[in-house]
Design a protein around this ligand. Structure first.
Ligand code: GLY
Length: 378
């Protein structure tokens, strides 16, 4: 990837203002929804179609970031409505999986941090306890998904789970019960050992024997195939190990995050637009902008943990990814919902390159990091 030289402060402030203007119009049009995607510039509503979907916390996260930056009560009221709607998942065991971090950190935990809301504390503790209950002590990993009638996933762990661990770090920090810390760090250690290849690339899914904990095999998952390198998985690993370092100060996690980051940067094309898989066929141009936005957040956090030239490299790489999204992949038309375009959920899905809510969330989080408006959610 070629690093672009830009006037960072002026550019980031301009993007911040564009986000504020577009999101105010978007929020006013979508007061009671929980969006996942937009069709023809109109947000869908997962609260109606899929109330326990793993992405249903990101809209709340966007609203809290906007509330923190602007103080506009509209955002707080809307974020609290999202949080209320997630309650039914806490009462539905099939609605609960390892993605509790993605759902309750950007909603209940951030609400509790900002307002001290006891109801939010209660929800986040319930979600953390449920997540801790997915721990497999034989394999020292957190079980990812439930079974969907397409085979047993009892022994499956996935790279994305690193981003959910901060819910356990939060619970540990709240009540100083070391069990939460132990489960989170066991999972992170297992991920370092079995998911990260020597070149810094990450496997998406690793299957363990759920009884003995032994490694069985890996699966290509949402990437191109077995042995490939799904870019969003790389981004989850990059940011996820950085977060484990931030919470524990274990230098092995930072070293691992840097290894994954270096692989990400070396494999990102010069144009700084990120493919769906770094090993997809060379005649395939499919992109996933979410991987760029998530990686940018992680790179900005790594940059804060290192010094000198290294700091400059990670920071400027993040800015290049974000500048490229802003100038080439963002829709700034205020009459249309969603900002970041060309996002892809999975390589082998029928549909590619569409707006996805976490593309917007991580893009906003990254710009907030650059402009000093962020409330740290993870
Ligand atoms: N955590 C699922 C995904 O990244 O698509």
């Amino acid at each position: 990837m070629t690093i672009k030289k830009i006037n960072e402060q002026e550019w980031a402030q301009g993007v911040y203002e564009k986000i504020c203007a577009k999101m105010l119009a978007t929020a006013e049009r979508n007061r009671h929804k929980i969006p996942y995607t937009a069709e023809n510039g109109v947000f869908d509503d997962q609260a109606v179609t899929n109330p326990c979907w793993w992405t249903n916390g990101f809209w709340g996260g966007i609203l809290w970031q906007l509330y923190h930056a602007t103080g506009n009560e509209l955002y707080r009221e809307m974020a609290e409505e999202v949080e209320d709607k997630l309650d039914l998942c806490l009462m539905e065991h099939r609605g609960m999986d390892h993605d509790s971090g993605f759902r309750w950190l950007p909603t209940s935990v951030v609400n509790y941090r900002l307002t001290g809301n006891e109801k939010s504390y209660n929800r986040a503790r319930l979600a953390a306890d449920n997540m801790a209950g997915r721990y497999n002590p034989a394999g020292r990993f957190i079980r990812a998904w439930n079974d969907w009638g397409d085979g047993q996933k009892t022994g499956w762990a996935i790279i994305d789970c690193l981003m959910n661990l901060p819910l356990l770090y939060w619970a540990w920090e709240q009540i100083e019960d070391p069990r939460y810390l132990r489960i989170a760090t066991d999972h992170a250690d297992t991920a370092m050992k079995y998911f990260i290849r020597p070149d810094g690339s990450a496997k998406h899914i690793v299957e363990f024997d759920p009884g003995t904990g032994e490694y069985v095999c890996s699966h290509g998952g949402q990437g191109y195939g077995h042995g490939s390198s799904w870019t969003r998985g790389q981004a989850w690993a990059l940011y996820g190990f950085t977060l484990s370092y931030i919470h524990t100060k274990n230098p092995e996690y930072l070293a691992c995050a840097k290894r994954v980051a270096n692989y990400f940067l070396v494999n990102t094309p010069d144009c700084a637009l990120v493919p769906v898989d770094f090993r997809q066929p060379s005649d395939c141009a499919l992109e996933d902008s979410t991987a760029a936005a998530i990686a940018a957040c992680g790179l900005l956090e790594i940059a804060k943990c290192v010094e000198g030239r290294e700091q400059e490299i990670y920071h400027n790489a993040a800015v290049t990814l974000l500048y490229t999204l802003d100038t080439e992949r963002c829709d700034w038309d205020e009459s249309r919902d969603s900002i970041v375009q060309k996002c892809t959920a999975a390589f082998h899905d029928a549909k590619h390159e569409f707006p996805i809510i976490y593309g917007d969330y991580y893009f906003i989080e990254a710009i907030w990091k650059l402009t000093g408006h962020e409330i740290f959610i993870w």
